[in-house]
Design a protein around this ligand. Structure first.
Ligand code: SF4
Length: 438
């Protein structure tokens, strides 16, 4: 057999996985493997377990690749590797499973596998097995938007929300050292990056495991690095949200006025069953503080309908919360059981037809509110970064405001990546239209 040389990475799931795939690529290139756009010697699937549908989709690709490429090394990385390691090897002919703790070291793992035919299973989750995510070589890798970079500040989660698989597959919270993160951001800005998004399952818990600085201090230190146009962060957990963050945003114009604060349900009973560890009263305290300190800030959320035990009254509480809070945007989901989570042991009590009706009503309510919220921006002035030529006209460019709302202005290819101050003049559908200020 020839020595395997070429590799292909197929990525499923969230931004964390996309970042991990970049690290895997660096690791493989460093070990002398060659990247290929078609399936070749080594086929790696970086997988997601967050929903059953995501696993089924990845599994279909794995089966297809195994059948068609009998001589290739098939590798499964990411959350499915962690959750289904043995099954993937014994039932689907996968050669190597590499969990999230190990994926950035995949180059040496595959090399070792080829040379010694090692047992092909890397799923331990001891802190000493964790391979760092802050890698200077990443600073030269380009995101889809070449001036933007995702920066992972922590890994894992220990909150055990009842519906969520993440704590089981990603392991406990590990915050990366703040000085390393800041130095890495400086390196990015030196390489021409002007927009950064800080990423963690719950950024508000940053430093709680290591005794490092709190998240709001890290946010402020990065916001004050010269050369940055815009700084975003996701995701915030309401139970750990510190009001100091709002002061930091207020004092630093480069931080997006856009806060993603997953509510999940408007019913205290359901929140408790979900193990979210906050009440609606607490959530409203945060919303009031946002309205007071950052009155125009956009607030987005995640909502689940049909969680086990959710009654019509619980659902109405969610609708009422959405109407009271007036979210700019909401990502809405029907509950689906995930094996291995606490909620999986509960009866999936809401019939699918009721889940669908609730979801439809929720989507309709969110849509109406978000239109109204966008109208409030007409005749205001804001900063935007141009992202691309508009799909509808070559004379127009599309970007996002400092509130992260999509906006279109007159412009051309040369404007991409630039920051402009604009006055918003109209709203069509869910897109704002603006004019560049002189
Ligand atoms: S905070 Fe909850 S929903 Fe978010 S990753 Fe952790 S367990 Fe999952």
């Amino acid at each position: 057999m020839k020595t395997p040389k070429t590799f292909t990475i197929v990525t499923f799931g969230c931004q964390m996985n996309k970042s991990d795939s970049e690290l895997m690529e660096i690791s493989l290139l460093q070990e002398g493997f060659v990247k290929s756009t078609t399936y070749g010697d080594i086929i790696i699937f970086n997988t997601c377990s967050v929903r059953k549908h995501a696993e089924d989709r990845a599994l279909a690709h794995i089966i297809e690749a195994r059948n068609a490429y009998k001589n290739s090394i098939i590798v499964v990385a990411g959350c499915m590797a962690q959750r289904l390691s043995r099954e993937l090897k014994s039932n689907y002919g996968v050669d190597l499973v590499v969990g999230p703790y190990h994926s950035p070291a995949i180059g040496s793992i595959i090399k070792n596998f080829i040379q010694h035919q090692s047992n092909g299973e890397y799923i331990s989750q001891d802190v000493k097995d964790f391979v760092s995510r802050i890698h200077p070589s990443l600073a030269t890798h380009k995101d889809d938007l070449p001036w933007h970079k995702w920066v992972t500040i922590s890994h894992g989660c220990e909150n055990y929300c009842a519906y969520c698989i993440v704590p089981y597959v990603r392991g406990k919270l590990i915050s990366f050292p703040s000085q390393q993160i800041i130095d890495y951001c400086k390196l990015l800005i030196g390489n021409g990056i002007t927009e950064i998004t800080l990423l963690g399952q719950n950024v508000n818990q940053y430093g709680q495991d290591s005794g490092d600085i709190p998240f709001y201090t890290l946010l402020e230190k990065i916001a004050q690095l010269p050369g940055l146009y815009k700084l975003n962060f996701i995701t915030s957990h309401p139970k750990d949200f510190n009001i100091e963050i709002l002061h930091v945003i207020n004092n630093n114009p480069v931080i997006a006025r856009s806060i993603h604060l997953p509510l999940q349900s408007g019913s205290d009973t359901v929140l408790q069953a979900m193990n979210r560890q906050y009440t609606m009263k607490h959530y409203y305290t945060i919303i009031d503080a946002i309205h007071k300190l950052l009155p125009m800030a956009s607030i987005s959320t995640d909502l689940i309908v049909g969680f086990p035990g959710e009654t019509q009254k619980d659902f109405e509480d969610t609708i009422n919360a959405v109407r009271t809070i007036q979210f700019d945007e909401a990502f809405t989901y029907k509950y689906s059981p995930r094996e291995g989570t606490k909620a999986f042991t509960l009866p999936d009590s809401v019939p699918d037809t009721a889940k669908q009706e609730r979801l439809d009503m929720l989507i309709q309510t969110v849509r109406e509110i978000s239109q109204k919220r966008l109208m409030n921006h007409i005749h205001t002035t804001t900063d935007m970064i141009v992202e691309r030529i508009s799909k509808k006209s070559e004379d127009e460019v599309m970007g996002k405001t400092i509130y992260n709302h999509p906006i279109i202005i007159k412009g051309a290819k040369e404007d991409i990546g630039k920051k402009y101050t604009v006055t918003i003049v109209s709203l069509k559908g869910s897109t704002l239209y603006g004019e560049r200020s002189a």
